[in-house]
Design a protein around this ligand. Sequence first.
Ligand code: ATP
Length: 237
Amino acid sequence: MGVMLSVKNLDVFYGSIHAIKNISFDVQEGEIVTLIGANGAGKTTTLHSISGLVKPKNGEINFMGNDLRTTEPHKIIRLGLAQVPEGRRIFAKMTVLENLEMGAYIRNDGDKIEDDFEKLFERLPRLKERRKQIAGTLSGGEQQMLAIGRALMCNPKMLLLDEPSMGLSPLLVGEIFNIIQDVNKSGVTVLLVEQNAKKALEIANHAYVLETGTIAMEGDADELANDEKVRKAYLGG
Ligand code: ATP
């Protein structure tokens, strides 16, 4: 155990817009940590800074002893940090199986890939049933499952998830969150960005509330779920 990902004094600008203002947070190994906040609070920008898609102006981002600000995005994946992007971004014209193979292509432990396919299909049997289906024809929930499955095929130590509940019915949100919990129990640390604060706080260990680019509150997820201010602002009273 210990800190796996550490973000210190992060500043991000889009031109003159100061999107992230000196935020700091940690993700402990083995935990589910959630970053909650309204639309435009800066959640996606924070994730993109970690995965190398956005260049911060200031700050430190350290993952298992590696300085991510000087690491190229494709190398960041190889360190064991995989991202499930907002809106899923699966390859719509490829089959389910081809999408999963794209997740595995960065690996050099080829002999283990077959085993991992089996494990993945045990965990997500729906993907096995539909492995020959064109991904763009999957339902929203299945596409989200596929996006998670594809990231898992990188054999990550940590998953970054950007609003996995987006556009899903409450039933499917529950299903996706069960999968996230299950993946975490199998040993993958999770950083979960969510607008659905209620569900995110249910499964997380620790939480940070992002408001207009700053961290307004942090604490154990149970504590925040019972906090008056959080309840009013994010949990509908
Ligand atoms: P959402 O849930 O809508 O994705 P978010 O919390 O993820 O919201 P960000 O997408 O990180 O928020 O956006 C943070 C701020 O930065 C917003 O004010 C947004 O308009 C701005 N922003 C994001 N991307 C860009 C960009 N490429 N150029 C200019 N401004 C941007």
